[in-house]
Design a protein around this ligand. Structure first.
Ligand SMILES: [Mn+2]
Length: 493
């Protein structure tokens, strides 16, 4: 199948607006602290890397905070925003004449000024001089540098460095929390890019579903996804490494890495769990579809799938500004536990199970995370919020209340992971909840995850992901029905 989509024009106004938003937030912060509205926000873009000791250049992807503010695709840049005047300045690397021989045209500074809609462009060897000349205050100019913790990776962003920085005052604490918070609430232009990444990725997921057959290799489905999103969406990058897990691999949460490279042969009767999302102009998508490899759900597969779908749908129906994400995680757990009770996998009382954290045995990961320029977009834990410590809840990437303009994934899952099931089934407080006989049937089942990307609106949320979700929709699409389904086959309408 070809595609109904084509890559949209990228509006650089998006980054102008991002800079204006940051400037306003910094002004508010400085005014509140009775500090002068002076100095420069100063960031260093990413640098190109070679493969180990070789001259093989790895494909460059811009650092995310720099991408947010400037949208610059090329490596080796620095960028400044004058806090006083709001003027934006880019610093481009001065390329050697040889560059034109091997890499192509050396673009003039005026090109970057126009392309990235900034006020001024200089070379990176002119940073100190330029900032001194444009500084409005007396004494050494102040630089607001980016330094702070990424609460998902536990890594720190590296503050900018350049020759002559010792002739400036530096502030390492103000910028990071403010800029991170700017990224949490998406503008309409940002949402449009995330929507395109969702549209092309949704279409690619459907294409993968249609082509899945027993006997294929997992990487062949990965390849179909990559081809579709690149061929028709111009998406050169994915938001993350594709997880193409089938059979018991679907219980390996981050399957697909170099040591587990999507290389299993699909068997008739397997469940597939495909977690794949394309990125378009830095903005990503994060989508998981689970379905039977042979296109027909068995009753056990429907039982687990519908348990997860009921959690997915219940959360989406409850989401709106003011709702706390921990409550949404618990709602998802409750729905899954209720379904597993109905399916005779668990016995007892859901509240008692919740108190013993039985939900985390089946869903050890968090319900979802912010999505934007990073798959795990930052801002989940502003400094007043702490991570929780209980099983399952401790894996949450945010415990915040929802706000209008957030984009967050909803990705409940139910997995049969021996490393979690065995101790829970043997534990003195939890053993009684498990129907040991029924559970034996699910050994090697793997797991199900259903993941959509949600945009929080003024009074609810909008699902940006458009893939078949009901079991009958999946079966129809895998049997060759068009997607979206025709009205007469769409039982929901
Ligand atoms: Mn995700």
């Amino acid at each position: 199948m070809a595609s109904s989509l084509s890559p949209p024009k990228v509006p650089m106004e998006l980054h102008v607006a991002n800079r204006e938003k940051l400037l306003q937030s910094i002004h508010d912060h400085l005014s509140e602290a009775s500090r002068p509205l002076q100095g420069f926000v100063f960031l260093q873009g990413g640098d190109e890397k070679t493969r180990y000791c070789t001259d093989h250049l790895e494909l460059f992807r811009q650092e995310s905070y720099f991408a947010y503010l400037f949208g610059v695709r090329e490596p080796g840049f620095h960028g400044a925003i004058d806090v006083d005047t709001g003027k934006s300045i880019l610093f481009a690397p001065r390329l050697p004449a040889e560059y034109a021989v091997w890499m192509g045209e050396i673009k003039p500074l005026s090109y970057f000024e126009k392309e990235y809609m900034v006020d001024l462009v200089f070379y990176t060897d002119e940073i100190a001089k330029t900032l001194h000349e444009h500084s409005s205050g007396r004494g050494r100019p102040l630089l607001f540098l980016l330094h702070g913790l990424n609460t998902d990776s536990n890594n720190y962003s590296k503050p900018a460095h350049f020759e002559g920085i010792e002739r400036f005052e530096t502030d390492l604490t103000t910028l990071h929390p403010i800029l991170t918070e700017c990224r949490v609430i998406k503008s309409e232009l940002e949402v449009a890019l995330i929507q395109f990444a969702n549209d092309i990725s949704s279409e690619a997921h459907v294409e993968v579903m249609r082509k899945t057959r027993g006997g294929m290799k997992e990487y062949q489905l990965e390849s179909i996804f990559l081809h579709h999103t690149y061929m028709y969406g111009g998406c050169r990058h994915c938001s993350y490494t594709c997880i193409c897990a089938t059979g018991e691999n679907s219980a390996v949460l981050h399957y697909g890495h170099a040591a587990a490279p999507n290389d299993r042969t699909l068997q008739d009767g397997d469940m597939a769990l495909f977690d794949m999302g394309a990125e378009y102009h830095f903005y990503g998508s994060d989508i998981t579809c689970s379905f039977p490899v042979n296109g027909k759900f068995t009753s056990d597969q429907s039982l687990i799938y519908d348990a997860v779908l009921s959690a997915h749908n219940a959360v989406i129906s409850s989401m709106k500004p003011g709702v706390n994400w921990v409550d949404m995680h618990k709602l998802a757990e409750e729905k899954i536990l209720e379904s597993l009770m109905k399916g005779n996998i668990l016995v007892g009382n859901v509240n008692d199970m919740m108190a013993e954290r039985v939900g985390a045995v089946f869903m050890p990961h968090g319900l979802g995370h912010f999505l934007g320029i990073d798959t795990h977009d930052p801002g989940g834990f502003p400094k007043e919020l702490k991570r929780l410590t209980e099983p399952g809840l401790k894996a949450l990437r945010t415990t915040r209340e929802l706000k209008e303009g957030m984009v967050i994934t909803v990705e409940p899952g139910c997995y049969f992971i021996d490393a979690l099931l065995t101790p829970a089934m043997e534990g003195s407080k939890t053993s009684k909840f498990f129907n040991h006989e029924t559970i034996a049937r699910f050994k090697g089942f793997g797991g199900v995850r259903i993941e959509s990307d949600l945009h929080v609106t003024a009074d609810g949320c909008k699902n940006m992901t458009k893939v078949p979700r009901e079991t009958w929709e999946i079966e129809a699409v895998m049997a060759g029905e068009p997607w979206p389904l025709n009205k007469n086959t769409d039982r929901a309408s």
